[in-house]
Design a protein around this ligand. Structure first.
Ligand SMILES: [Zn+2]
Length: 168
């Protein structure tokens, strides 16, 4: 996926997450979108730094890097939501493009991806980005708002908010 796809995915995901955390649609919702959205978008841009430093889709596209960003806030009390951006970048690269990512680099060079990817930069890439984002929000709704009835209700609201943001 290209930068445009990653930023779109991260921004829409943040809108949806804002509604999942603060469903009221009030000022708190928009503050949460901002609070989560900036670090998530920055995190989503980070892995492709390996186009310039290291080997693309390997050096910064692997599970050790994700674990590092999960551990960082625990150790340093900083960069709390950046891992979400890293994670969604991996999902979009693995699911939304023809080439996979080297999940176990540097132990194993092999790139893993789902066989459903489309070519980067095509019209289909935009559709895949929105679909992947909606699926991620559905999972987030379940994680944040179990039991399922509440999760489904809020998940639908979050996806509507994200898709609305994509359309507008
Ligand atoms: Zn990438």
């Amino acid at each position: 996926m290209n930068k445009r796809g990653h930023v779109l995915n991260a921004a829409l995901l943040s809108v949806g997450l804002g509604f999942l955390v603060e469903p009221a649609g009030s000022v708190e919702t928009y503050v949460t979108v901002l609070e989560v959205g900036v670090p998530v978008v920055l995190g989503a841009l980070f892995p492709d730094v390996d186009t310039a430093f290291g080997r693309h889709r390997k050096t910064l596209h692997n599970l050790p890097v994700l674990v590092g960003f999960l551990a960082f806030p625990v150790v340093f009390g900083n960069l709390e939501f950046v891992w979400i951006g890293i994670f969604t970048h991996y999902v979009l690269d693995a699911a939304g493009s023809k080439r996979g990512i080297a999940l176990f680099y540097p132990l194993w060079d092999r790139e893993f991806g789902l066989p459903i990817g489309v070519s980067v930069g095509t019209r289909g890439a935009g559709v895949v980005t929105v679909v992947v984002t909606a699926l991620e929000l559905a999972v987030a709704a379940v994680v944040l708002h179990w039991p399922p009835e509440r999760a489904i209700e809020l998940g639908e609201a979050a996806i509507r908010a994200a898709v609305g943001a994509a359309a507008g």
